[in-house]
Design a binder for this molecule. Sequence first.
Ligand SMILES: [Fe+2]
Ligand SMILES: [Fe+2]
Length: 411
Amino acid sequence: MSRPLPSSSGEIDIDANRRLLNRYRYILHEGLRIQAGWLPAVARFELKCELGRAIWEDTQHVNALYLRLREIQSPAFQKPADAALVRLMQELLHAPGEYALAVACWRVVKPALHAALVAHETATFPNSDLPSVHAIAHIVYDESRQLARMTPLLAQWESEGRLGPEVAGWETYVRALLQDAGGITGDEPRGATPAVAPSVRQPFAAPVEAARDERFTDLGSVGRVAVPPAESDYEEHTIFEFERYSSEMLAAETVALVMYHHFANMPWEFLYDASRHLYDEVRHCLMGYEWMRRHGTNPFETPQCLNIFKWRAQFRPVEQYCLLTMGNEVNAFPYRHRRVEEHSARGNRLSEQFVRYDIADETQHVRFGNRWLPELIKAVGEPRSLEQFTADMMEIWHREYKSGRLSLQVE
Ligand SMILES: [Fe+2]
Ligand SMILES: [Fe+2]
């Protein structure tokens, strides 16, 4: 007599696994578009920086899930069949303000996603599905740290009275949308009737101006920026140099806008590179902050030169990307190398180290530009050759940016 084979003890089966991993991937992937679209419009500095970091971290998470999904389904990227989940991720974009966006993300969707991932990590077959377990464990690690950074910020903003009634209304709506989708997994009880959009819902429009919070006292380009100290005046010029780093958020904001506009018609690898580019510029900005604080100055008082973002935003995204990578970034190297030599000769280790790390990042940004400009040109059906297009854009860059009142190096 044969003994019955022991049955599975309820682990997630491979088809359910595929569906679930795709849902997590979709939520994080669509989240990138929302966060990139919002980044320039967010004024609160801490939230803007966190969005930049979350965009880069979540890109790693989407990529980890993509690498696993392509082993178990084809094509790897699939729009979920669940219309309610699609609706949730479409609606998040239309938050009535940056705090409503932050609450929807880090008080509703991300905690639920984190809980679903934690459960999934131990509910799947531990050996057979180890590649998923590995990806999920690393995503859980990052997402829990994101939540740990955002939770006290949200509490602080709440205590400061920044989370108004429209935030509460939006949070209720997003919770209802998540319930309509059966939660992150789609397996929880769904709402009886679809959530109705509240009156506070604000149809999203891509930003054409960059926002700063009330701590920034100079939004233009006056004073020190109007007449940069000569490089021969080492002390003064070095202060200027790191003040300029502190305004590199402008470059992050331009890359964010390009990402947002080209989310659907460029390969995943473009978004992967652009998210790194974007976050590098946030880090360069923070490098300026760190340098200034170590030298006893207040970075919030530096001119923000918001006219630079506004100027670039008049152009098509492909043109903005060309102006940034082939104008500002390609042309910054001789100056940066001179600065490394100067800092090194004077034993200014902090400044030398900061600029050398910056050069490493900027080298990648130029590489990204060379890799993706030809693809962007194709994506928009640009009739000019790459060479002609770039030459025309550089003519504009030299005429309108490099000369006259926009003659600034902020990338
Ligand atoms: Fe850059
Ligand atoms: Fe930079």
